[in-house]
Design a protein around this ligand. Structure first.
Ligand SMILES: *[C@@H]1O[C@H](CO)[C@@H](O)[C@H](O)[C@H]1NC(C)=O
Ligand SMILES: *[C@@H]1O[C@H](CO)[C@@H](O)[C@H](O)[C@H]1NC(C)=O
Ligand SMILES: *[C@@H]1O[C@H](CO)[C@@H](O)[C@H](O)[C@H]1NC(C)=O
Ligand SMILES: *[C@@H]1O[C@H](CO)[C@@H](O)[C@H](O)[C@H]1NC(C)=O
Ligand SMILES: *[C@@H]1O[C@H](CO)[C@@H](O)[C@H](O)[C@H]1NC(C)=O
Length: 455
């Protein structure tokens, strides 16, 4: 993904820096998911989800004075990063009422606009203090998705990030909130809109956003490898691994962070572009969309396989394959129709050929490629489920012509049928306020164990 801006709501309720407060009790919604060994042999796990800390009310530890209002920090409570972390507490979340997040059985529904709140980002927990960690090597990840109510400009994203299991509590003792309050996010853009990183606040150097009333950018960013299993709306979808020199979470400083939030996109230690497979961009314009081969007007299943070079979990990631299942039919991913690029899966050869065909910087290889993703999985990755709009590029990189100053017929520019003037947050938050995404029936297991591969 190109950017992922956290939109926050502040208001009504309260925990702590990186302290936590309990004006609202933090009750994690339950979400079941399955582990499979063979088709029909699945066991159910009783997981929970937690809302990312950036969306939460942040207030004085022993009171209810806002530490952060709109896109500005309170100068008294937050004169610097360390003091702010000691003075301020994250509070519990009213998941449905404030954030439009509803979990039922194995189904998670994320509403786009709820009152003043826009979008959300959630993580799967194994218990109330720890994220569920995934190593997908020689495994597959399957889920059902409903994108029928996601128009141009929105991104319903299900992906994995190199966060640590406890959200950083053990490494950074000033971080008292941890995974329980959704702390510790990182991705390949090295986001600098986070309010806390590595046990300290991000107030020093904070510049409020010019086009978002809720966000800003601080001097620090939080980097890691990222496996974008699914970034999509009803028009376009992309499958994108992003490598990183250090796959697990690390803090960066200033514009050397690189990525969307920094002036020099390629200055950092991560790969902000990734190696993407978007069927439309790869030349099949009738494969994914309303009433197309994969019909986005109704629910379907997304299967992603992480194959290794030796066919064991000890091998190195060599191929990422995609299948869809809809109405009982298994649909292999579309093949590339781009000159010089073959295949329908992500391999090193595909990525190298695609970067050349599209004349794009090959940051994926520079930062370790599939070997880096392998290391990220061995370290363990956290499952992220989100819904967002894009204050940097209007999601045009996903569903339109991007960059907009190149001709749409130039290889790699056309990514979907959305107009180049679509996806403006102020517009979609008004015109598509009632948009939502549903993720359900998550299954993880051996290759071909989570769906009827033979059918
Ligand atoms: C909050 O209250 C506790 C208990 O009274 C006290 O120990 C602590 O210093 C207070 N913290 C702040 C930042 O005022
Ligand atoms: C993976 O490596 C470990 C340790 O080297 C070994 O015990 C295990 O049998 C290997 N697993 C497979 C599936 O090859
Ligand atoms: C697009 O994909 C579908 C399904 O695989 C296939 O039938 C069709 O021929 C493809 N179109 C092009 C232009 O490759
Ligand atoms: C490829 O990209 C580089 C750098 O962005 C640019 O200078 C060059 O003109 C491009 N080449 C073609 C053939 O478009
Ligand atoms: C999975 O199923 C496909 C299609 O039937 C088959 O080609 C492949 O070899 C299977 N892989 C494994 C590891 O069973």
């Amino acid at each position: 993904m190109y950017s992922r801006l956290a939109l926050i709501l502040f208001p009504l309720t309260l925990v702590a820096g990186q302290q936590f407060a309990t004006l609202t009790a933090e009750t994690h919604p339950s979400l079941t998911w399955q582990t499979c060994t063979a088709p029909g042999s699945c066991t159910t796990n009783n997981g929970k989800v937690v809302l990312d800390s950036n969306w939460r009310w942040l207030h004085s530890v022993n009171g209810s004075t806002n530490c952060y209002t709109g896109n500005t920090w309170d100068a008294t409570l937050c004169p610097d990063d360390a003091t702010c972390a000691a003075n301020c507490a994250l509070d519990g979340a009213d998941y449905t009422g404030t954030y439009g997040v509803t979990a039922t059985g194995s189904s998670l529904k994320l509403d786009f606009v709820t009152g003043k709140n826009v979008g959300s980002r959630l993580y799967l927990l194994s218990d109330d203090e720890h994220y569920q960690m995934f190593n997908m090597l020689n495994q597959e990840f399957t889920f059902d998705v409903d994108v029928s109510n996601l128009p141009c400009g929105l991104n319903g994203a299900l992906y994995m990030s190199g966060m640590v299991a406890d959200g950083g509590v053990a490494q950074y003792p000033t971080n008292k909130a941890g995974a329980k309050y959704g702390v510790g996010y990182c991705d390949s853009q090295c986001p600098r809109d986070l309010k806390f990183i590595n046990g300290q606040a991000n107030v020093e150097g904070w510049a409020p956003s010019s086009n978002s009333v809720n966000t800003g950018i601080g001097n620090h960013g939080s980097c890691c490898a990222e496996m974008d299993i699914w970034e999509a709306n009803s028009i376009s979808t992309a499958l994108t691994p992003h490598a990183a020199d250090t796959p697990q979470q690390t803090m960066c400083t200033g514009d050397t962070c690189g990525g969307t939030y920094s002036t020099s996109r390629y200055a950092g230690t991560t790969d902000p572009d990734g190696c993407d497979f978007n069927s439309y961009r790869m030349g099949n314009t009738t494969f994914y969309g309303p009433k197309m081969t994969v019909d986005t007007t109704s629910k379907f299943t997304v299967v992603t396989q992480f194959l290794t070079d030796d066919g064991t979990p000890n091998g190195t990631l060599s191929e990422i394959k995609r299948f869809y299942v809809q109405n009982g039919v298994v649909i292999p991913n579309s093949q590339s129709n781009v000159a010089g690029v073959t295949g329908n899966s992500i391999t090193t050869a595909f990525c190298d050929a695609q970067k050349i065909a599209f004349n794009n910087t090959n940051g994926f290889e520079t930062h370790g490629g599939l070997t880096s993703m392998s290391k990220a999985f061995v370290d363990g990755m956290v499952l992220v489920m989100s819904l967002w709009d894009d204050y940097y590029a209007n999601a045009l990189w996903l569903d339109s012509d991007y960059p907009t100053d190149a001709g749409a017929s130039t290889p790699g520019i056309a990514r979907g049928t959305c107009p180049t003037n679509s996806g403006v947050p102020a517009q979609v938050e008004s015109s598509a306020a009632s948009a939502y995404v549903i993720y359900e029936n998550i299954k993880v297991g051996a290759i071909n164990s989570t769906f009827a591969a033979g059918s």
